[in-house]
Design a protein around this ligand. Structure first.
Ligand SMILES: C[S@@+](CC[C@H](N)C(=O)[O-])C[C@H]1O[C@@H](n2cnc3c(N)ncnc32)[C@H](O)[C@@H]1O
Length: 280
């Protein structure tokens, strides 16, 4: 084989984002009361305005994560469609594909009944993974999880507000599975609570009072006192970077959020990761 044949094809040039269009899209999702929304009593994915949060994240996926209209998307821990509903307004029905997985039957059922009939390129699957808070009687251990998708199948993997609730040993399993299902130039868009010096400081009065994380012993994991451990987990700064490396991924971008009391355009911390040694 010649040298030229061994070389990888050149990476595509960086994509130019049409900022006016993205702004219009976000506003139209935020203001569109015809978009489906679950009854508030069935929403188990956190407080706040369901549609506004989804619209905000659509913007982050495009601007920060590089999501494209023709992306093949995997949404791990898709809940009750908070990210999926806005994505229906962006992903190309012919060229894209979206798969959402979650252990909560009610959330998956709502998405299957409400989203898939109008958008057949959106599929939802319940995975019976055990989780102390979300699915206590689950049959599959998160430590033995294999995502039900082939290798290199997705080019955009979403984990919003998911590792913030996962036992750390399961985070490692998920990252390794994400590496397996991610295409060579694919991206993982993950949110987390990264405990840096500012987030850790007890005298920090601007930090979100619900997230006064405390460290127990020497572990890199921080928990909120008087809450079940999986209600919110913070990771010592650097832990997730190393976990990504171990899984064969690397950090392409890190953007710290305002939960710690600093100025930022989003609440949780964002990490965008790519396959190590691949892509730009
Ligand atoms: C705070 S909610 C966030 C939901 C969704 N990502 C969003 O941003 O709207 C956390 C989600 O993680 C899901 N989850 C819990 N354990 C999981 C696991 N082992 N694998 C995948 N999802 C899990 C929960 O069922 C829940 O839907």
């Amino acid at each position: 084989m010649t040298q030229a044949a061994l070389m990888q094809p050149p990476a595509p040039p960086p994509r130019l984002i049409d900022e006016d269009r993205v702004r219009w899209l976000i506003e139209s999702v935020r203001g569109n009361r015809f978009l489906p929304q679950p009854d508030s009593t069935n929403v188990f994915v956190g407080d706040g305005d369901f549609r506004a949060i989804g619209a905000e994240f659509l913007g982050h996926f495009i601007r920060i994560g590089g999501l494209r209209e023709d992306s093949r998307v995997l949404d791990i821990g898709c809940g009750i469609g908070r990210m999926a509903v806005p994505l229906t307004q962006y992903l190309d029905p012919q060229a894209s594909r979206y798969d959402g997985i979650d252990p909560v039957e009610g959330g998956i059922g709502w998405c299957q009944r409400t989203i898939t009939p109008a958008y057949p390129n959106f599929a939802f699957q319940r995975l019976d993974v055990a989780h102390e808070l979300y699915n206590p009687s689950g049959k599959i251990s998160g430590k033995a999880l294999a995502l039900p998708f082939p290798d290199s199948h997705f080019d955009f993997v979403i984990m919003t507000s998911v590792v913030t609730h996962l036992p750390p040993a399961e985070v490692l399993v998920y990252l390794s599975e994400v590496r397996r299902v991610l295409s060579p130039r694919g991206r993982l868009f993950m949110t987390a609570f990264v405990i840096d010096g500012i987030a850790a400081a007890n005298e920090n009065r601007r930090r979100d009072p619900r997230l006064a994380f405390h460290r127990y012993g020497e572990s890199p994991f921080w928990f909120v006192p008087n809450q079940p451990p999986l209600a919110a987990i913070g990771f010592e700064d650097g832990f997730l970077d190393k976990a990504l490396e171990r899984a064969g991924l690397s950090v392409a971008l890190k953007s710290l959020g305002h939960w710690r009391g600093t100025d930022a355009g989003h609440h949780q911390d964002f990490i965008v990761a790519k396959r190590r040694g691949n892509g730009r």
